[in-house]
Design a protein. Structure first.
Length: 135
């Protein structure tokens, strides 16, 4: 029986950096990290966990739920820019795995205001190029 992980900012920061070195260890507990992300109200910790999700291949059961939440996060001005930027990358990764979702992501990206922060606009341009190749 595995104990529930404590949600501390230093832990999520470490996890996000560790994910770049041990993908398999992270992928095996992706549902637990997803649940943790949903329970958090700290934008820095959310940023770290969205970053983790950019590094792994989501399992089929979780991909749809994460995709839906990523789309909601992308358009929400209540989230920090970095949280939204990593959610954009997660949505892109899911759409690249499931090409039938590409048009939905394109619509969301195109709906973003031209007044968005530079990092959002840059990712939007870069990711739209990738998505249009898939579609």
């Amino acid at each position: 029986n595995q104990t529930k992980l404590p949600a501390k900012w230093y832990m999520t920061w470490w996890l996000a950096n560790y994910a770049e070195h041990d993908i398999l260890g992270i992928e095996s507990r992706q549902e637990e990290y997803w649940t943790m992300l949903l329970e958090l109200d700290h934008e820095g910790m959310k940023r770290d966990l969205w970053k983790v999700l950019t590094k792994i291949k989501l399992n089929d059961d979780l991909a749809g739920v994460v995709f839906d939440q990523a789309l909601k996060t992308i358009v929400s001005q209540k989230h920090a820019v970095a949280v939204r930027a990593y959610a954009m990358e997660v949505a892109l990764n899911v759409a690249l795995t499931y090409p039938e979702l590409a048009s939905e992501v394109i619509i969301i990206f195109e709906s973003l205001s031209p007044e968005e922060q530079a990092s959002i606009r840059a990712r939007k341009r870069m990711f739209l190029k990738k998505l249009r190749k898939v579609k």
